[in-house]
Ligand binder design. Structure first.
Ligand SMILES: *Cc1c(COP(=O)(O)O)cnc(C)c1O
Length: 486
């Protein structure tokens, strides 16, 4: 397939941006995001044939059809990292819970959250593209994390040549397991800082740093380019299309499947949306969120309004979000760059935008949405544990969507994306299961014993390792600390 070019969601010049360009320098014109100009649409015959492919073959076929133009050997090498996941035959196995509900385990990689699905192969691609760059540069990747992106990014980039990673997390804002996954990594191309503040503070800090002229000038003088591996990077989105295709093909019999995605920044859901646009048998994509119900409100009313909202802390912290960046790519795909720019500028200026009636109906023909509070989340964890299914708090929020689908379509087949393993949120599970306020270590052990479940060895090992990157700093100290470390 011919190479496809990327375009900014907000329009602008056509610069013949390739997949590689979009990965290395992910900011597009007018503050937009790079997106494929068009998607292929497959016939029913083609889709039937895809069902016979294994996960790796499927990835090659779809990436080829998307025109990403990744050298075959390189993609093979990137996908070989899935061999370290739990199940060698597929990185994203399906588990039927009921005849109507299949859970797709997206957390079988090294850091036990779905971020590994993309970040494992992505890290290898990113560093290979760098090596081939004619004016080979050193890159600095900055990450702010609330707990899952940080470990997955560090795990993927540790010891990769020409790349340094700085990761900041809110001190006290992650679980012990999540913190240890960052602070115990033994690699000298990474720096991890706990920040006195919350996740919003950490994110704002990074944004300001990216704009800081002294910081940028210093990096330039050292021949270091800045990049971001955050969830708007198309390199991550690309890998997140494949498992949705895989799931739909596994579950599809005669009626299309409903795909439920616990959502925050909308990167995971966007992959499912692209799969549906390409013709795969997905009836509707269900966005599940928590008390921060911005996405539910948007999909149900067409109004995206953060002007009067503040972030609430919940038991499903990876979905605690107000500004869900990848929505912009959905708007671009359904409408056009002109309209997307208009809506996004309205959001930036007034904290709000509204779709018209026709646009809303169009969005709703692809998406449904539900949200739930912490109570529902804990009750659901308990209810499913009684039936022998141990699910994490984010996955539990997805059950609300399943219940909603069932009231409307009792025989619908659903796929629930399970985005994290319970081991990352053991104290919350302990609370849900009436075991009291336990530390991560106590909760892991008690749950493993009571419910006869395994703790993966990489989680157990965390508690015996030295916290190498244990520096905690104030916000205003970050820039100096980074420049010193470089
Ligand atoms: C990142 C994350 C999400 C949200 O995914 P988005 O792609 O940002 O919507 C949901 N659940 C868990 C456990 C996560 O780590």
């Amino acid at each position: 397939m011919q190479t496809q070019y990327f375009t900014s969601t907000r329009g602008g010049e056509n610069l013949s941006i390739t997949f590689k360009d979009a990965i290395l320098n992910p900011s597009a014109s007018y503050g937009g995001l790079y997106t494929l100009e068009k998607l292929p649409k497959f016939s029913n015959e083609e889709i039937k044939a895809f069902a016979k492919l294994n996960y790796e073959e499927l990835t090659h076929t779809i990436f080829d059809a998307l025109g990403l133009n990744i050298p075959k050997e390189l993609l093979c090498k990137a996908l070989s990292l899935y061999q370290n996941f739990d199940d060698k035959s597929t990185p994203a196995p399906m588990y039927p819970m009921t005849p109507y509900l299949s859970v797709q385990k997206l957390y079988c990689g090294p850091t036990r959250a779905f971020k590994d699905m993309a970040l494992q192969p992505f890290g290898l691609l990113f560093s290979a593209f760098l090596q081939n760059n004619k004016n080979a540069q050193n890159y600095l990747v900055l990450v702010a994390t609330s707990g899952d992106t940080g470990p997955a990014t560090l795990q993927s980039f540790a010891n990769q040549p020409n790349i340094k990673v700085v990761c900041i997390y809110p001190k006290g804002g992650t679980s012990d397991v999540q913190r240890l996954q960052m602070t115990t990594i033994n690699a000298n191309n990474i720096a991890v800082f706990g920040i006195n503040g919350d996740f919003d503070d950490a994110q704002t800090l990074l944004k300001n740093l990216l704009k800081d002229s002294h910081f940028n000038a210093t990096l330039k003088s050292k021949n270091i380019a800045l990049s971001a591996a955050n969830s708007v990077n198309f390199g991550r989105i690309a890998f997140q299309i494949i498992y949705h295709i895989y799931a739909s093909l596994q579950v599809y019999k005669s009626e299309k499947v409903h795909t439920i995605v616990p959502s925050g920044n909308f990167g995971n859901a966007l992959g499912a949306f692209y799969a549906k646009l390409m013709g795969f048998p997905i009836e509707r994509i269900w966005i599940a969120s928590n008390a921060n119900n911005i996405l539910t409100e948007f999909i149900n009313t067409g109004v995206y309004d953060i002007s009067n909202k503040s972030l609430k802390k919940t038991y499903s912290p990876a979905m605690d979000i107000l500004k869900s960046s990848n929505i912009e790519r959905m708007l671009f795909a359904l409408f056009n760059s002109h309209r997307t720019r208009e809506l996004m500028e309205s959001l930036e200026q007034s904290g709000r935008y509204a779709l018209n009636k026709e646009e809303l109906m169009w969005v709703q023909s692809y998406f449904g949405a539900t949200n739930c509070d912490d109570n529902f989340c804990l009750e659901t964890i308990k209810k499913y544990a009684k039936q022998g299914f141990i699910i994490d708090p984010h996955t539990a929020c997805g059950i609300k969507a399943y219940a909603t689908i069932q009231t409307k379509h009792p025989n619908a087949k659903c796929v629930l994306c399970s985005t994290a393993e319970w081991t990352k949120f053991a104290p919350t599970l302990a609370k849900a299961l009436d075991l009291g306020d336990l530390s991560d270590k106590e909760a892991l052990q008690t749950l493993a014993q009571n419910y006869k479940i395994q703790i993966p060895k990489q989680i157990n090992a965390l508690f015996n390792q030295k916290e190498i990157h244990n520096k905690v700093i104030n916000k205003e100290e970050l820039m100096d600390n980074i420049l010193q470390w470089l």
